[in-house]
Design a protein around this ligand. Structure first.
Ligand code: GDP
Length: 193
C-alpha cells in the first residue's frame, strides 16, 4: 500500500460526529502506551499525525484518519490506565459500544499488544469485546525490535494462547522502530477493505 494522503478528519465523541461518507473503516485498539500511535504513524509514513503517548485525563475521542481518500483508520482511546476514574471508564465503555455496535462500514479491528509481555487481563477483555461484535481481529504484536530473534516464535505463541485467539485471526509481529512487519500488515489490512 502506498499511502499518499493521510489526514485527521475528526476527533469524535459521539455518533453524530462520525464521518458521513461511509468509507470502509478499520479500528485500532490497544492498552495506553502499547505503541498504537507509533503503529499508525509508521503505517501511514507520518512522524506525528497520530499523537503519541496520550495522557490520561485528556478528552477521550475516536480519531478518524482518512487514508488515500478511500478508507479510515479509527483510533479508539487506549485502555488499561490504573488511575482512570470510574466515571471516565464508564464514558469510555459507552463510547466504544456506540461505535462498535452500530458501525456498518467497520470492516475489521486491529488489537495492538506488546510482544515482550503476556497480554494483560485488559487485553483479553478487549479481544473478547471485539470478537463479540463478530469482527475479524488482527492482532499486532509490536515492539518486535525489543526481543531477540530466537524468542519471537515463543512470544507470538504466548500472545495467541493467552488471548485464546481464534484460528482465523491473524497475529502479526511488528516494529514501529524498524518497520519490520509493515508490508505484511498492509497486505492483511487491504484484504478487509
Ligand atoms: P500509544 O499510547 O499506544 O499510542 O503508544 P505510543 O505510540 O505513544 O508508544 C509508547 C512508547 O513506546 C513511545 O515511547 C514509543 O516510542 C515506544 N514504541 C512504540 N512502538 C515501538 C516499537 O515498535 N519499538 C520500540 N522500540 N519502541 C516503540
Amino acid at each position: 500500500m502506498k499511502v499518499t494522503e493521510a489526514e485527521i478528519v475528526i476527533s469524535a465523541v459521539s455518533k453524530k460526529q462520525y464521518p458521513g461518507d461511509m468509507l470502509p473503516e478499520i479500528a485500532l485498539a490497544g492498552r495506553s502506551n502499547v505503541g498504537k500511535s507509533s503503529f499508525i504513524n509508521k503505517m501511514i509514513n507520518r512522524k506525528n499525525l497520530a499523537r503519541t503517548s496520550s495522557k490520561p485525563g485528556k478528552t477521550q475521542t475516536l480519531n478518524f484518519y482518512k487514508i488515500n481518500q478511500s478508507f479510515y483508520f479509527v483510533d479508539v482511546p487506549g485502555y488499561g490506565y490504573a488511575k482512570v476514574s470510574k466515571k471516565e471508564r464508564e464514558k469510555w465503555g459507552k463510547m466504544m459500544e456506540e461505535y462498535f455496535m452500530q458501525r456498518e462500514n467497520l470492516k475489521a479491528a486491529v488489537l495492538i499488544v506488546d510482544i515482550r509481555h503476556q497480554p494483560t487481563e485488559d487485553d483479553i477483555m478487549m479481544y473478547d469485546f471485539l470478537k463479540h461484535f463478530d469482527l475479524p481481529v488482527i492482532v499486532v504484536a509490536t515492539k518486535l525490535d525489543k526481543i531477540s530473534k530466537t524468542k519471537r516464535a515463543a512470544h507470538l505463541q504466548r500472545v495467541i494462547k493467552t488471548l485464546q485467539a481464534d484460528a482465523e485471526d491473524i497475529v502479526l509481529p511488528f516494529s514501529a522502530e524498524t518497520a519490520e512487519g509493515k508490508e505484511e500488515a498492509w497486505k492483511v489490512l487491504q484484504s478487509f477493505l
